[in-house]
Design a protein around this ligand. Structure first.
Ligand code: HEC
Length: 179
């Protein structure tokens, strides 16, 4: 019994010692908290490239379309937009509407797609500049839009993408004059 008590006492004492050590070392070594989230959400988010231009002040892209890289635009579409859109003729609506003929198409007019009320209220046809605004920051261009997409901050990407979208059309509309 004596032996047992001694052993139990020893055990308790060392458990206590370990607890105290843990507390002390916690106090000595501040647990390190990450200052930034470990995962960067978007490398080229506006915060990283300086203040984003408000949507209303987005520079026109029309004159840049003629020298755009359509293949690069297609790659962007495939990587970013196909999650929610098809762009082939007669393609199905997904999370977003099919985008065949999008340049020049009436806003919010694709059959079989249920648009947000903001989109239905917007009115007019999709011009190059309107698509530029939409792709830059959908939520700033269409109030309460269903297009849950942060936006493409790089102008070059938008220009290439829109030049590509122009080709997905029965009758690709003319390119604006390069100035
Ligand atoms: C997360 C899904 C999602 C992604 C990603 C997305 N879209 Fe959309 N898009 C939508 C939805 C949903 C709508 C309908 C918006 C509404 O009704 O407000 C829409 C609408 C549009 C419209 C208007 C269509 C019309 O018929 O009036 C255009 C143009 C458009 N998207 C282009 C793009 C392009 C280009 C990309 C890639 C850069 C893209 N979207 C990425 C979901 C998405």
């Amino acid at each position: 019994m004596v032996n047992f008590n001694t052993a139990a006492g020893c055990f308790l004492a060392s458990a206590l010692f370990a607890m105290v050590c843990g507390k002390v070392s916690n106090a000595l070594v501040e647990p390190h908290h990450l200052e930034k989230p470990a995962i960067a959400v978007a490398e080229s988010a506006p915060a990283a490239t300086g203040a984003p231009a408000p949507a209303a002040e987005l520079a026109p892209i029309g004159a840049k379309l003629a020298s755009a890289n359509v293949d690069a635009g297609k790659a962007i579409f495939t990587k970013v937009c196909t999650a929610c859109h098809t762009d082939d003729k007669g393609g199905p609506n997904k999370v977003g509407p099919n985008l065949w003929n999008i340049v020049g198409r009436k806003k919010g007019s694709h059959p079989g797609f249920s648009y947000s009320s903001g989109m239905e209220a917007k009115g007019g046809d999709w011009t190059y500049e309107d698509i530029n605004h939409m792709v830059f920051k959908p939520s700033a261009f269409i109030k309460g839009t269903k297009m849950a997409f942060a936006g493409l901050p790089k102008e070059e990407d938008r220009v290439n993408l829109i030049a590509y979208l122009r080709t997905m059309n029965d009758n690709p509309p003319p390119l604006p004059e390069a100035k």
